[in-house]
Design a protein around this ligand. Structure first.
Ligand code: ADP
Ligand code: MG
Length: 484
């Protein structure tokens, strides 16, 4: 006679299920996949079991779902339901290990050399149990804390010549993750030009449009720390299994893995696993793949499989648009001449541009002064003084003019006199070579010329350096003086 479900404990119910399951699958599979499971509770005909890792869940889902369904129904009746929890570290803050280890047989099956997993699964409260409702017949996916910052979305990412290719490729990826030719998407630039923002924007767009996809953003540094932890805690397999479950994996600042051989090996395996399954991989770096030192060749060659796109310094108009968007979002009114002045003065990168804007706002609040051009100029003067070591366009112009004994005004005039044209072209060329300013900015500061004029000047100088020895001497002496 069947005992009513309400009178059985979760342990009895699960034991009975196990008996059936054991008879129906090979002994080794039973030991691997069912022995480590622990029954947790039985409430209202819902049996909750605890599994050691997210990968475990996926495996059960793929291979034993029908068997589980049948046994549960046999034990608990037609409305019997199975739920389970996954025991994970409650994020990597406390670095505590998984409570249940993966069985050895499984470890071998998954990867060789043995590698790794997780952490950052989820961070709701401090609970150590991650409820993963897996309700027969409908199954839900593992919940992962994607580490995405809502502000870093496409709406807030201003488009300009400096980022057009990267942005549109990023958008195409966000619309069809894993299905474009841009896999992996390798995004590179100097610091503060929008790598993190654009890569997060892709992640946010995917999460909004494909709620079922598991998206994870993390820095290469976090990845490396987690990997080291997994070695200490002997749960490398969990580590790798976790990453192999992602639909979209975004790794920021990959250059930080330089020289970290073991972490690179692990990443190599994860990369292959995901790529083979058309999962989207997004990588950012401070250098193009060809210039990345300390990263294994086999990884570098894979980075070139998809699309490598860079982010350039934004031109003046883009800087203005970025400042306007930011002040608008923050609900701050800022006179146009102040915005133009900030955009004109801060050319190094977007983070510094935003920094200048923030200090201006802070000063105005603290001193109870309204934001005007005067306040902006005073503040920028301070910033410029603290940056004197950097070679600026102004400085280059001064050295070049001194050398040729002409005035800066003459150089920036419309004069076509040969010596003035020559000095102007050299100043433009050095500005391009020695500062991070864009052609547009250089033109603007060299007598309001357009970027085509600057480009022409740079080409002329390059040609003359090859053909005119005296000109080459001027150039070499000037380089020494500027760098002095
Ligand atoms: P990186 O990762 O390349 O160092 P970030 O993505 O952190 O740069 O960008 C630095 C700052 O500039 C961030 O606050 C970011 O929101 C902002 N930013 C970068 N690019 C843009 C853009 N195209 N439009 C608006 N803001 C941007
Ligand atoms: Mg960044």
């Amino acid at each position: 006679m069947i005992t009513p479900a309400s009178e059985k404990t979760h342990i009895q119910v699960w034991d009975n299920c196990l008996k059936v399951i054991k008879d129906n699958i090979p002994t080794q599979s039973f030991k691997t996949w069912f022995v480590p499971i622990q029954p947790v509770r039985l409430e209202k005909n819902v049996l909750t079991i605890q599994v050691p890792s997210p990968f475990f869940y996926e495996w059960l889902e793929e291979h034993y779902i029908n068997l589980l369904k049948k046994t549960i129904k046999k034990e608990l009746g037609s409305d019997g339901t199975l739920e389970y929890t996954i025991v994970v570290d409650s994020a990597y803050q406390n670095n505590s290990p998984y409570t249940v280890k993966m069985p050895a047989s499984h470890r071998n099956a998954i990867s060789n050399p043995p590698v790794s997993m997780p952490l950052n699964i989820h961070s709701e409260g401090n609970s150590k149990e991650i409820p993963n409702p897996f309700v027969i017949p409908g199954l839900k996916k593992i919940k992962v804390n994607s580490q995405l910052n809502d502000r870093l979305n496409f709406d807030n990412f201003i488009e300009g010549d400096c980022n057009r290719l990267a942005r549109s490729a990023g958008y195409a990826i966000a619309e069809k993750p894993g299905l474009t030719a841009f896999n992996p998407f390798f995004l590179y630039s100097h610091v503060g030009l929008g790598k993190t923002h654009l890569s997060q924007a892709i992640g946010i767009h995917i999460k909004n449009n494909f709620p079922d996809k598991t998206v994870l953003y993390l820095s290469a540094e976090q990845f490396q720390l987690q990997f080291t932890d997994s070695i200490v805690n002997k749960n490398q397999n969990d580590f790798i299994n976790f990453y192999q479950m992602m639909d979209v994996l975004i790794i920021d600042d990959i250059h930080n893995l330089a020289g970290k051989q073991k972490t690179q090996d692990v990443f190599f395996h994860i990369f292959n696993h995901l790529h083979q399954r058309s999962k989207q991989i997004i990588i950012t770096s401070d250098k193009a793949p060809v210039e990345l030192n300390g990263i294994e060749q086999r990884l570098l060659s894979r980075f070139k499989w998809g699309l490598a796109a860079d982010l350039q310094l934004p031109d003046f108009e883009t800087r203005v648009a970025i400042l306007k968007k930011k002040t608008y979002n923050d609900g701050i009114e800022m006179p146009n001449d102040v915005i133009d002045y900030l955009a004109f003065s801060i050319t190094s990168n977007i983070r510094e541009l935003e920094g200048a804007l923030n200090s201006l706002i802070a000063q105005s609040v603290l001193n109870k002064k309204s934001i005007n051009l005067d306040l902006a100029k005073k503040m920028i003067d301070k910033i410029v003084i603290s940056n004197t070591k950097e070679i600026s366009i102004d400085y280059i112009q001064k050295v070049v003019c001194d050398y040729f004994a002409i005035s800066v005004d003459d150089m920036n005039s419309k004069s076509r006199k040969r010596d003035i044209v020559q000095a102007r072209q050299l100043a433009m060329y050095f500005s391009k070579e020695m500062t991070k300013a864009s052609l547009t900015t250089i033109g603007l500061q060299c007598g309001n010329k357009d970027h085509a004029t600057v480009l022409h000047a740079c080409r002329t100088v390059t040609n003359l350096l090859e053909t005119d020895r005296i000109f080459k001497t001027y150039h070499d002496e000037l380089v020494r003086k500027i760098k002095l």
